[in-house]
Write a protein that binds this ligand. Structure first.
Ligand SMILES: O=C(O)CCC(=O)C(=O)O
Length: 278
């Protein structure tokens, strides 16, 4: 459910609707359907298959439930996924001119069918917030978590499990840690003292992109479907640390605003910028 108050700043989003921006602030994600063309996804999937050992056409070679292709796919055709629509949506969340469009993919976690049976259930373990950087409220390292979908993912097909609204818990934990924040492992331990709530599966079609809050808890899930689940997890870093102390509400990016809103909601104090080390 979307909250009604307080009213959003006087933003002029390029792609997202007011409801989508409100959803991002409340629940930490938006889903951009058809953010890039499905035939481009197919072209890139061919490249991914050519770089891994399992054979696309020979199921006997699918011997693990999960394979991570740690290589980036760089340059064209990959760069064509950053369509005007996708770039506009990222602008709406991070602020135009505050991030640089990447020229490559993220890593590729692939999950294979045949290792778990229906019914799908949410993972018990593996919940985390991305990034090995020092986690602070303003760190620029992970501006957005992008889950970019390259295969058809229905329910139970191994879509990333995402704990909606968890950016608020993580905001509180990082606020309590103070301006120096926490190393990623420490942050992970504190976050994992809480059970993940409001779990959804990141389902979708080739070309869909989930743009998630940088503090979003998520975890890999078992593929109980019939097809290989292919996504790239693409981080969209910021050019500079976030600024949570802007004078005019409309100057905040949506992500900055969501952090300030979460602090207000949980009653956590925001330290002074002079103390902040991002
Ligand atoms: O495989 C997935 O669905 C999630 C992967 C993940 O958690 C990550 O890349 O951080």
């Amino acid at each position: 459910m979307l909250s009604k108050n307080p009213p959003l700043p006087d933003w002029d989003p390029k792609v997202l609707t007011q409801d989508e921006i409100r959803q991002f602030i409340d629940w930490g994600y938006v889903l951009i359907r058809g953010a890039f063309p499905a035939d481009l996804a197919e072209e890139i999937v061919d490249i991914v298959w050519s770089r891994i050992e399992p054979d696309r056409c020979d199921r006997s070679t699918w011997t693990a439930n999960r394979i991570g292709l740690n290589q980036f796919v760089e340059g064209a055709p990959f760069t064509r996924v950053y369509t005007e629509q996708l770039r506009g949506a990222v602008d709406d969340l991070l602020g135009a001119g505050r991030w640089t469009c990447p020229n490559r993919s993220g890593w590729w976690p692939l999950t294979f069918p045949g290792f778990a049976e229906k019914p799908w259930f949410p993972p018990e373990l593996g919940w985390h917030v991305d990034g090995f950087h020092q986690h602070t409220l303003t760190a620029p390292d992970e501006g957005l978590l992008g889950l970019m979908i390259f295969s058809e993912i229905g329910e139970g097909d191994g879509g990333t499990a995402v704990s909606l609204g968890s950016h608020k818990l993580v905001t509180r934990i990082l606020a309590e840690a103070g301006p120096l924040g926490l190393p990623s492992q420490e942050a992970g331990k504190l976050i994992n003292q809480h059970r993940p709530e409001n779990i959804i599966e990141a389902t979708g079609s080739p070309g869909d992109v989930y743009l998630c809050h940088p503090f979003m808890r998520h975890s890999a899930s078992m593929n109980t479907g019939n097809n290989v689940r292919i996504i790239t997890n693409k981080c969209f870093p910021l050019d500079e640390p976030m600024n949570l102390w802007r004078d005019r509400p409309e100057d905040f990016s949506t992500v900055e605003y969501s952090i300030v809103a979460a602090l207000r909601e949980c009653g956590s104090p925001l330290w002074h910028p002079d103390e902040a080390v991002a």
